[in-house]
Design a binder for this molecule. Structure first.
Ligand code: NAP
Length: 399
């Protein structure tokens, strides 16, 4: 690992008083990243900027993520000409999920005890820092610099004194756009260093995106069958589900897809719901007959299977049980149930904060809190409680 920090210049990482870590997936690295790193270096008087490409990030499984080695090599190519820039293999060589806390600890071992570390990354990523592992310690270990794109919604920036924000116009360039352009056969010239462009062409990166294609098709269909409000909620639930999946080591692609599909039958008319229940042999018990709104999740499971072509049982069950819950739910079922409740677009309800806090650390406890609240509110409104929810409540209460 020491090779990471050896260079011919005057400043060795181990001797620097001020170093910056530029953390990102770099899929691929582009001029926006380079300009951002250089701007932060100049702004804070940083002696070295260490680019650290993430290990294969689980929450990125949906889009094409170039293999670790290729992202690393593209980062080396892109940074080679700047004497202040280095690249580290630290995260891609680390086994398992890579957490920033581990990276900072590893770095602290190498740096002078009085060295100040700046951690630079995209504002969207850094604003979720409270969901990162050992979030409370992170802010003590480094100064976080969130770099934003022009037009970035400033309201989304957390008011955090230990965080710096810097708008970087060049970040109008995005890795997603570059990947989309490659896929569509469009030019990517002048968006990223020529050497990186040549590398992408040579190795044919970003041409195929099977999971991304499925997501695109699902989104296209949902956007035409759901109301605008529901569609926004759907996208937010999918993102929240992927976030929870990332925290709890669940498959983020599956969580994202299940999140997208959870309300796929919600905006069907009552007539259509009944027709489709007949078509897909969905038994309407007494509670479903009296509270037809509950039908959408059971029907959603079948619609996801027969109309969206999903054949993964776990995804289908997560859609099916996202409203009632049931006892002994799979991790994915709990994630979808909770993501639906706590996604940031949902209007705040009594107890939401507690459920949200619990969801990031203990899914079973978050389930208990949610079921408790749902049962209480529905009773107050004179609604019937589905037996599956009672069963689920008793199950999580006894855990
Ligand atoms: P991301 O979700 O891919 O990126 C979110 C946004 O930030 C994207 O618009 C992205 O644009 C931009 N971005 C990412 N890195 C950037 C950078 N260095 N400079 C400027 N813009 C950047 O984020 P990510 O790449 O996975 O993660 C960013 C960093 O946060 C990584 O170092 C990662 O390890 C760390 N992280 C840690 C934890 C944890 O410890 N639990 C969790 C999440 C993230 P582009 O697509 O154009 O790059």
């Amino acid at each position: 690992m020491m090779n990471d920090f050896m260079e011919n210049g005057i400043f060795k990482i181990s001797e620097c008083r001020k170093i910056a870590v530029m953390g990102g997936t770099f899929n691929p690295i582009h001029y926006g990243h380079l300009v951002a790193a250089e701007a932060v270096r100049a702004e804070f008087g940083i002696e070295r900027v260490l680019f650290i490409p993430t290990g294969r990030p689980p929450h990125k499984a949906l889009s094409v993520v170039a293999p670790d080695e290729q992202r690393y090599l593209m980062t080396v190519l892109a940074t080679a000409a700047n004497p202040y820039f280095d690249v580290s293999r630290m995260e891609i060589d680390r086994k398992g999920t890579t957490y920033t806390i581990d990276t900072l600890r590893e770095l602290k071992k190498i740096c002078r005890p009085d060295a100040q570390i700046y951690f630079i990354t995209g504002a969207d990523a850094v604003n979720e820092i409270f969901t990162w592992r050992e979030a409370d310690k992170l802010l003590d270990m480094a100064n976080f610099v969130a770099v934003t794109r022009p037009g970035y919604d400033k309201k989304r920036l957390e008011k955090n004194n230990s965080m710096y924000y810097l708008e970087i116009p060049a970040l109008a360039i995005s890795s997603t756009d570059i990947r989309d352009r490659v896929k569509a056969g469009k030019t990517i010239k002048y968006l990223l260093p020529e050497s990186v462009e040549e590398y992408i062409i040579k190795f044919g990166l970003y041409k195929n995106d099977v999971a991304g294609e499925l997501v695109r098709k699902i989104k296209e269909r949902l956007s035409s069958v759901l109301t605008n409000k529901r569609y926004i909620h759907t996208l937010s639930t999918a993102r929240e589900a992927a976030k929870l999946a990332n925290i709890f080591g669940e498959d983020t692609s599956k969580a994202y897809i299940a999140g997208l599909l959870h309300d796929c039958a919600k905006d069907f008319s009552h007539k259509l719901r009944i027709e489709k229940c007949k078509e897909y042999n969905i038994y309407l018990d007494e509670v479903l007959k009296k509270q037809p709104d509950l039908i959408h999740s059971f029907l959603g499971g079948a619609v996801a299977e027969f109309e969206y072509g999903i054949n993964d049982r776990e995804i289908l069950d997560a859609v099916k049980y996202h409203t009632t819950g049931r006892s002994n739910m799979t991790k994915l079922e709990k994630i979808i149930y909770l993501a639906d409740l706590i996604e940031p677009e949902r209007r705040e309800f009594d107890g939401m904060k507690e459920i949200k806090n619990a969801a990031y650390s203990d899914l079973d406890y978050a389930m208990l809190l949610s079921l408790e609240g749902t049962i209480r509110v529905n009773r107050e409104r004179g609604r019937l409680i589905h037996p599956l929810s009672i069963e689920a409540y008793n199950y999580y209460k006894s855990k």
